[in-house]
Design a protein around this ligand. Structure first.
Ligand SMILES: Nc1ncnc2c1ncn2[C@@H]1O[C@H](COP(=O)(O)OP(=O)(O)OP(=O)(O)O)[C@@H](O)[C@H]1O
Length: 345
């Protein structure tokens, strides 16, 4: 009997083609759509409409799982609170661990599936996650907090195909696919329609002007409210009499001040990360580290003690933000990750 694969379907191109590919490969395919938010503006109905067309075409069953309460608690509240606390969140990382490869995986298993597939661009051999071949689309960074035990159930069929193949597969889905390609591209963060400050505004008064300090604590200018800024940002505040560009070095929610400095003052060589999710047992190793999505991989030495990684960078990094993820790579293989708590010279 064919093995069952549950496909996380968003109503988008990649997951629709994923379902098609796996069916072609001989799997019994079922889809699941997660209602991640309590939106009442027709957003879910529209996505489900696309899924229904694809499911009809393929002759597969699909489920709708309302998971908005968990998503709010684990992802949305964390996102808002991070900005209130002056750190830079990464909601997709939390969602992948807790929701997609947490709750959705539980659902897949409970429904008799041997695997859970998504349209993510990454690879897995059941023990590790690897970068996708197409580095411009690679999402391994966002998947690096997924629990080790979940990896053996995960499938990312998209990453083994080229763009041309995907278009070819999509074309086979006929009208169901054509309609998907006509809709808008999906957003970077699914619950942020415009900019992140529009979300935070619903929960806090973000427009409270404050003082800009230099590294010695002198008042040098004014800003619009600390939640408008992230580490490394260089616009939207004033620095009196400055000739060189200034960048945000740190945010102080307690007194609504921001500290700025010239570019070289943002140079970082030592990083601490905690809440580690490691796929290897080693405690002392050399590897590459990404300190932001799309940043270059920096060679480093790592030593781990009591769920904290001390990371010594071989080359300096700039604008490293607390709250982002440090992801450890051995070549294309992800060997673990942790949340950045401090970054210093
Ligand atoms: N609401 C959802 N319900 C179920 N699965 C989802 C949902 N949102 C995303 N996924 C799964 O996670 C994958 C990666 O999500 P991401 O938001 O990066 O999508 P994407 O690259 O725009 O893909 P797609 O074209 O399938 O929307 C999707 O391909 C899909 O398999």
């Amino acid at each position: 009997m064919a093995k069952k694969v549950m496909v996380g379907m968003s109503g988008g191109i990649d997951s629709s083609v994923t379902a098609y590919m796996l069916q072609q490969e001989g799997y019994e395919v079922e889809g699941v759509y997660l209602k991640l938010h309590n939106r009442t503006d027709g957003y879910h109905e529209s996505n489900i409409g696309y899924i229904e067309n694809v499911a009809k075409f393929l002759g597969i069953k699909y489920h709708v799982l309302d998971i908005a309460d968990e998503f709010t608690k684990e992802v949305y509240d964390y996102f808002v609170n991070s900005y209130l606390e002056g750190t830079t969140p990464n909601p997709c990382v939390k969602c992948n661990r807790q929701i997609k490869f947490g709750k959705m995986l539980e659902f897949a298993k409970a429904n008799g599936a041997s695997y859970l597939a998504t349209g993510h661009y990454a690879k897995t051999d059941g023990k590790f996650i690897y970068e996708a071949d197409d580095k411009t689309k690679d999402q391994s960074y966002f998947l690096s907090q997924v629990e080790k035990e979940a990896l053996e159930y995960m499938m990312f069929p998209m990453s083994t195909y080229k763009k041309e193949d995907i278009i070819k597969f999509g074309a086979k889905l006929g009208d169901a696919y054509k309609r998907i390609t006509e809709k808008n591209e999906s957003q970077e963060i699914c619950f942020v329609d415009t900019v992140y400050t529009d979300v935070i505004k619903k929960h806090a008064n973000i427009d409270q002007p404050g003082v800009v300090l230099d590294e010695e604590g002198n008042e040098v200018g004014t800003h619009k409210g600390y939640m408008h800024y992230t580490i490394g940002k260089r616009r939207g505040f004033t620095v009196h009499g400055a000739h060189d560009p200034h960048f945000v070095k740190s945010l102080n929610p307690k007194d609504n001040t921001i500290i700025v400095g010239k570019k070289d003052s943002l140079e970082v060589n030592n990083v601490l990360a905690n809440q580690l999710n490691m796929y290897v047992e080693d405690k002392n190793f050399t590897c590459g580290v990404k300190l932001r999505y799309r940043s270059t991989t920096i060679p480093c030495e790592v030593s781990i003690e009591n769920d904290t990684a001390t990371i010594k960078l071989e080359n300096s990094a700039f604008g490293v933000a607390t709250g982002q993820l440090a992801v450890f790579y051995m070549g294309e293989k992800v060997i673990g990750s942790g949340w950045i708590t401090s970054a210093t010279k």
